[in-house]
Design a protein around this ligand. Structure first.
Ligand SMILES: [Zn+2]
Length: 307
């Protein structure tokens, strides 16, 4: 069953994307041991990653979202790819705040209202595309809407939601993105406003009631005809490996590697999935050899000589 479906309406002048990120958010909560407050903030951020990932055209395209506000949870980094494999880090997963005035999980309080959302897209060009907008609300849906409007020049409506049970488990999570494409008219804006006005309970309740995104899309579109443009699964997936960790160690250079060798061994923990990698003294000595060999190659490349 697909977790993301995108459809075109009105001959493609309006696009609607519906995402069920419940499983990915559950996995994120498990890995980072999130509280209800940080489950809501991190879950919405993972859903933003999934939205952006769903728009990548090629298999090797990647996107990162860095959300840095002045709230207690610190910084969140979310990575996503074209297969909608998402992963993320959060500085302070332990942050727990009382509910806000509406009785809801206080995402704004945890994220903060001053700061930025930065989107970095690697779409195979020489330089990555980077778009940064200031946070405007801290609840994140409005903030990413600003990003679409100012950085990508696409008028959009975004809804994000995470429904957390009394025991802290994730009941439902997901999002909704509607975009108006060039050539749209007043009637399309009114159509979208009408749709949004029906979302009074929040998208997470809609997903709880109708977890099948294609069914939910049909519910949202109502009588309006649409054409499905793409559908995909969404998963929390980390692509870290021994080779990547080795490369990270090699890039530390001679001084730091020598220090690690003197300490006897090194343990590296991936911040996206908490997997542990242990390198013995012998492993580190091998890596030091590679680092020194690389250094010589660089020196020859640069055509300089070291005394
Ligand atoms: Zn990992």
């Amino acid at each position: 069953m697909a977790d993301m479906v995108r459809a075109g309406l009105f001959d493609g002048l309006v696009s609607i994307t519906v995402l069920n990120t419940t499983e990915a958010v559950r996995e994120g909560k498990r890995i980072h041991d999130l509280t209800p407050t940080t489950s809501a903030a991190f879950g919405r951020s993972l859903t933003i990653g999934a939205i952006l990932g769903s728009s990548l055209k090629e298999e090797d395209h990647k996107v990162s979202v860095i959300i840095k506000g002045d709230g207690p949870l610190g910084r969140m980094i979310i990575d996503a790819n074209n297969k909608i494999e998402v992963k993320g880090t959060i500085d302070h997963p332990e942050v727990s705040l009382p509910p806000n005035e509406q009785g809801k999980l206080d995402v704004k309080g945890a994220v903060g209202t001053k700061g930025t959302i930065r989107v970095i897209k690697d779409i195979g060009l020489k330089e990555p595309y980077i778009g940064t907008v200031e946070l405007v609300s801290g609840e994140l849906a409005e903030d990413i809407t600003q990003y679409f409007f100012y950085s990508e020049q696409v008028p959009s409506a975004v809804a994000l939601g995470v429904l957390v049970d009394k025991d802290g488990s994730i009941l439902a999570a997901g999002g909704f993105l509607a975009q108006l494409l060039p050539g749209h008219e007043e009637e399309h804006i009114l159509y979208l406003e009408n749709i949004l006005s029906r979302f009074t309970r929040g998208i997470s309740y809609e997903i709880l009631d109708t977890p099948d995104v294609k069914e939910l899309l049909q519910k949202i579109a109502g009588d309006q005809g649409y054409k499905i443009l793409s559908e995909k699964e969404i998963s929390y997936h980390c692509d870290c490996s021994v080779e990547k960790m080795q490369r990270a160690l090699i890039s530390l250079g001679k001084k730091e590697l020598t220090e690690l060798i003197e300490e006897g061994e090194a343990e590296l923990i991936c911040h996206f999935c908490n997997r542990k990698y242990t390198f013995s003294k012998e492993d580190l000595e091998e890596l030091l050899k590679i680092a020194l060999a690389n250094r010589k190659i660089r020196i020859i490349d640069a055509d300089t000589f070291e005394q």
